[in-house]
Write a protein that binds this ligand. Structure first.
Ligand code: MG
Length: 305
């Protein structure tokens, strides 16, 4: 019989790095709308699969929208889950008793003068269109109000982003926005203005989904836990591929699931999966169910989901 120590260090059959908005939380309701998603996540975690939610969302969002259905589904004492929030700048553990202490990497925080000026801009000119996400600890996020249509929002997003760029320049900070780079007086680009389909994030240029992947492997090593060889990453944006890029570059066996492939599937050196017909959280749910079957030995792979 294997000793307790051997069992603790058994290599999990799979590891998961999951974007939240899109594959897990419905982009419409912005919550977990499909019951099997929480059930399958709990089943995977309870089977020893390390799971990280690698998201631009805040820890507060995860605590409100993602953690309660997981707890309801029932997490075991030795489940290993993390919320890696604000693209790697903020993190916490998630367990049977809820969430652990929140850690913020202060080196990655947007300067307060910028945050305050953006908040003033929103309140003065764009309160009908977006809200300033006060749950963010490190980045600044302006998110589309659910009272306006996505088309209405996207039609004016660029105009808001121009104003944010002007604020960054006024305070002397270098930044990148889409493909344009605006260095500071000494040539540095420390920040990024990152438009998404429902928000604009202003963030450190060092955050990203690859940083989240780096953190999670670090958490496993710090806990002396065995690191899986096989990983799946899942997201709905081009930037989510950075998780799989990071793992692949370090020799892990990774496939990326893209639940919104209409945005364009890049040419990458690892398998990319997408569902024939389902997108967003409906596709996410289908892959989670298959991964449960895989760790139970009921399915060999997920290439045909
Ligand atoms: Mg997403």
């Amino acid at each position: 019989m294997p000793s307790a120590a051997t069992q603790t260090n058994a290599v999990p059959p799979l590891g998961l790095l999951l974007d939240v908005d899109g594959p897990i939380a419905s982009p419409v309701t912005r919550s977990i709308a499909i019951p099997s998603i929480a059930e399958d996540l709990a089943a995977l975690a309870n089977a020893g699969v390390p799971i990280a939610f690698n998201t631009g969302r805040s820890d507060g969002f995860l605590r409100e929208q993602v953690v309660p259905p997981l707890l309801e589904a029932g997490l075991s004492r030795d489940a290993r889950l993390w919320g890696v929030c604000e693209k790697g700048a903020v993190w916490m553990t998630i367990g049977a008793d809820g969430t652990g202490e929140v850690t913020v990497d202060d080196a990655l925080t947007v300067p307060d003068v910028v945050a305050r000026d953006i908040e003033i801009l929103v309140n003065r000119d764009y309160a009908d269109l977006v809200f300033y996400d006060r749950t963010k600890r490190s980045m600044v996020s302006l998110e589309q109000n659910t009272s306006v249509s996505n088309d209405q929002y996207l039609a004016r997003q660029g105009e808001i982003d121009e104003q944010i760029a002007a604020i960054m320049s006024r305070h002397g900070f270098g930044f990148e926005r889409l493909d344009a780079k605006t260095p500071d007086a000494v040539g540095n680009i420390d920040y990024r203005i990152d438009p998404t389909i429902i928000s604009t994030d202003v963030e450190s240029a060092r955050v990203g989904k690859d940083l989240g992947a780096d953190r999670v492997i670090g958490f496993l090593r710090d806990a002396d836990a065995a690191v899986p060889r096989r990983w799946r990453t899942m997201g709905d944006s081009r930037t989510d591929y950075a998780m799989a890029d990071w793992l692949h570059e370090r020799g892990y066996d990774v496939a990326h699931v893209d639940v919104r492939p209409s945005e364009g599937v890049p040419n990458v050196p690892y398998p990319v999966r997408h569902h024939e017909t389902l997108i967003h959280d409906e596709a996410g749910a289908a892959y989670l169910t298959r991964w449960v079957q895989m760790v139970r030995g009921e399915a060999a792979d997920d290439a045909d989901v």
